[in-house]
Design a protein around this ligand. Structure first.
Ligand code: AMP
Length: 215
């Protein structure tokens, strides 16, 4: 299975990916996670990316495309993948098409998680994340048992710098300008599957299973 999870920041791409992974153990490739682990490790890529990320802007295409080309060549990705947060621009989508052509692979579906901006702001301002293991919490829906402490590993549970409201608004405007055109791009390829992002947490899994059953 080779799919892309498309949708605004906060649409729940990570949550949907987790439920899909439990059923189909394909490589979950999140560019945001890859960049954050580079920042944590203090790599040059991380240092360059951090400035853009903290400002709610996209990291330049050439940096992301080179990073993804390397990642898609790894063995686990050759078996199947779920892309989360990539592509985010038309240039990235075109580069991905070229990489997949070279590898003689095709995408099965591009899932568009549909959500209103105000719902995103509500979700993301209440999101918290463990600095150590990456576990996601929500101050309203899923708080950690002890405030600020991860239930899984005891690490610090914090708000991501880019989950502050002004940065979220900026990320949403970047999404509408640069990422939303991908809906049309993949719609024309006939592989776009819209899913209501405010529905169940395994909504995408259900749609994919239905698609498979009808194939
Ligand atoms: P995410 O965790 O997917 O919301 O990504 C967090 C931040 O990482 C984004 O706001 C961007 O600054 C950066 N980022 C992640 N994926 C990409 C991408 N495909 N292209 C450019 N920047 C990205």
């Amino acid at each position: 299975m080779r799919i892309i999870l498309l949708g605004a920041p906060g649409a729940g791409k990570g949550t949907q990916a987790d439920s899909i992974k439990a059923k189909y153990p394909v490589a979950h490739i999140s560019t945001g996670d890859m960049l954050r682990s580079n920042i944590k490790e203090g790599t040059e890529l991380g240092r360059n990316a951090e400035v853009y990320m903290d400002a709610g802007k996209l990291v330049p295409d050439d940096v992301i495309i080179a990073m993804m080309e390397r990642r898609l060549m790894e063995d686990d990705a050759k078996e199947g993948f779920m892309l989360d947060g990539f592509p985010r621009t038309i240039a990235q989508a075109k580069a991905l098409d070229e990489i997949l052509d070279k590898m003689k692979l095709k995408l099965d579906a591009v899932v568009d998680l549909v959500i209103e901006d105000d719902a995103v702001v509500g979700r993301l301002t209440s999101r918290r994340v463990c600095r150590q293991c990456g576990e996601i919490y929500n101050t309203v829906m899923k708080p950690s048992s002890k405030e600020g402490v991860c239930d899984k590993c005891g690490g610090d549970v914090v708000q991501r710098d880019d989950d502050k409201e002004d940065v979220i608004r900026k990320r949403l405007s970047v999404f509408h300008e640069q990422t939303a055109p991908l809906i049309d791009y993949y719609g024309k390829q006939g592989i776009l599957v819209p899913v209501d992002a405010t529905g169940e947490k395994d909504a995408v899994l259900k749609v994919l299973e239905q698609k498979k059953a009808n194939a």
